[in-house]
Write a protein that binds this ligand. Structure first.
Ligand code: OFO
Length: 183
């Protein structure tokens, strides 16, 4: 008896998204290693933690595919690409890859809407919220490096940024969570 509850199109899209999440984990790992080598352990720690988050996202999707009776296909993970040339470049690349990932998530949400696969649509809402958070976090990184001087940031400013990011929480506060009492 057929127990698969996800269409072939959505199964392929979810499997591809699993690889996207693994790819993003490799990007964070590569950038964290690159920056650790330069001595910025606070930023490296932040990025290493984030690599784990991306792998957790991959696992969430893997688990979902299995639980819905569809087939998981593990493929090779694309290379994270060249190292950044500066901290400014590193944060810009992170923002870009998060926005690309949001586009991928939205594509799956659209497909699940078209197919009226409400289980997948509902499952994907967690990722929609997560991407909003991650884009906010990446925008905050860009604001911080801008204040530090962008491409021309001096050692003192980068030292302070490194200390700051070492303590930065993994999640950003979202507009939808703000209240009058807690602006
Ligand atoms: Fe998986 O959240 Fe970023 O990309």
């Amino acid at each position: 008896m057929e127990t698969n509850r996800i269409s072939p199109t959505l199964t392929a899209a979810l499997n591809a998204q699993m690889t996207n999440e693994a790819h993003n984990a490799q990007i964070y790992l590569a950038y964290a290693s690159w920056i650790s080598d330069k001595g910025y352990e606070g930023i490296a720690n932040f990025l290493f933690r984030h690599a784990n988050e991306e792998r957790n996202h991959m696992m969430k999707i893997l688990e979902y595919i299995l639980k819905r009776g569809a087939k998981v296909i593990i493929t090779e993970i694309p290379s994270p690409g060249p190292d950044p040339v500066s901290i400014n470049d590193c944060f810009e690349k992170i923002f870009k890859s998060e926005v690309e990932n949001t586009t991928n998530i939205y594509t799956i949400v659209n497909k699940s809407l078209e197919e009226q696969d409400w289980a997948t649509w509902n499952f994907m809402q967690w990722f929609v919220k997560e991407q909003t958070e991650e884009e906010t976090l990446a925008m905050e990184l860009l604001s911080k490096i801008k204040i530090a001087g962008g491409e021309n940031a001096g050692n003192d400013a980068l030292y302070a940024l490194d200390k700051d990011l070492g303590k930065t929480p993994d999640d950003a506060e979202l507009a939808q969570d703000v209240s009058v009492e807690n602006p």
